[in-house]
Design a protein around this ligand. Structure first.
Ligand code: GFB
Length: 344
């Protein structure tokens, strides 16, 4: 708890307040029967978090889907919280997309994400939710931040223009979590994942992120016998990729072992060029044709490799290597072709 909090919130004195062990670290297992609301539970991140929590013994993972509750609707969100009274909230709901979706629809990325966040965080405060994890993104950091990017780089320089609207929305979420900590003494926390992938990803040909896009493109080219594929940009930007099941483990780990206002980076600590990624995907998919690049498409930020030392110091490490995660994601894609899971 923050020593500088001057207003006691009802939940701040709850019996399940965080305990700090003799080694100075937070060790406080969440009660496996707690009511957990994973906002965005049908999405890539939310579904992985639910799978992990279930595996870890959580029994009360309720919460509506976006079809059942529009988190942009403030009254509906407050009414749901008043009725459901969750003990723990993981805020994984967001409007997300790849470089083109972000660049062409900044209005929705800003407005939808701000409304989702403010509504859920305000309702969680109003209803005394003591434990909350807010999920952001590595695009909150300045475009030309020193690499690998430490959490302290936040707000030290201009953002990447292709996703500045999304980034600003996520930055306000971090600030709201910090404000609640300062003002009400609640141990809410924020995590900033790097580029994510895995089962349940969005494979929309125009709006998705690079990794599902490459899987789809190479697969379709293999099936149709196309001689070449054309990827976007120069292929020279560097990106870091984390399997969403590793992120899910990090989420629970942070809820149980972290109690500071600063965001925590979640990544693997290694990156590769988009060209290298394309070669890996080509091999995993088994496409034999040639690979071309279209420099008229945006590259985005040149590099965004996260410094993950804050998280690894807490005892977490990624487990899924990129090639293994790619193979698993490609298998999921093939299994789900023609099903609702791929209709975005
Ligand atoms: O994954 P991606 O869309 O997002 O693109 P960002 C990463 C890189 O892959 C860019 C290149 O340099 C793209 O030009 N790329 C090559 C492709 N071929 C393709 C393709 O077929 N599809 C896509 N999508 N990219 C997003 C942000 O940035 O990252 C979001 O816009 C969010 O806000 C997300 O933070 C994690 O890594 O550039």
């Amino acid at each position: 708890m923050n020593a500088d909090s001057d207003v006691a919130h009802p939940a701040a004195s709850a019996p399940n307040a965080l305990a700090v062990a003799a080694d100075g670290n937070v060790h406080r297992p969440l009660d496996r029967s707690a009511r957990v609301f994973v906002a965005g539970r049908r999405g890539l991140v939310g579904s992985a978090v639910c799978r992990h929590l279930r595996r870890e013994g959580f029994t009360d993972l309720g919460g509506p889907t976006s079809a059942e509750l529009d988190l942009r609707e403030r009254r509906a969100v407050f009414a749901w919280f008043a009725d459901a009274r969750p003990d723990v909230v993981v805020l994984a709901a967001a409007r997300v997309g790849g470089i083109k979706a972000n660049a062409t629809r900044p209005t929705e990325f800003l407005s939808d994400n701000l409304r989702i966040q403010v509504n859920v965080l305000d309702a969680a405060l109003e209803h005394g939710v003591e434990r909350l994890l807010f999920l952001g993104s590595s695009c909150i950091y300045p475009k030309l931040a020193e690499q690998p990017i430490r959490e302290e780089a936040l707000l030290t320089g201009p953002l990447e223009p292709t996703n500045d609207a999304y980034a600003i929305a996520k930055i306000t979420g971090i600030l709201q979590v910090q404000a609640v900590r300062r003002q009400y003494g609640l141990p809410w926390i924020s995590a900033m994942p790097t580029n994510l992938y895995g089962s349940g990803d969005n494979f929309h040909p125009k709006h998705c992120h690079v990794l599902p896009s490459l899987i789809r493109r190479f697969h379709e080219a293999k099936e149709s016998g196309a001689r070449s594929v054309v990827n976007w940009g120069s292929g020279s930007p560097r990106r870091e990729f984390l399997h969403v099941d590793d992120l899910a483990r990090a989420c629970l780990h942070l809820l149980e072992h972290y109690d500071e206002g600063g965001p925590v980076n979640v990544g693997t600590g290694t990156d590769l060029t988009i060209r290298e990624l394309a070669e890996l995907v080509r091999q995993v998919v088994g496409y034999q044709g040639s690979v071309e690049w279209d420099p008229s498409q945006p590259d985005g930020t040149p590099r965004k490799l996260l410094d993950v030392s804050r998280l690894t110091a807490l005892g977490w490490a990624p487990r899924i290597a990129l090639r293994e995660g790619l193979a698993q994601t490609y298998a999921w894609y093939v299994e789900n072709l023609g099903t609702d899971a791929l209709r975005h």
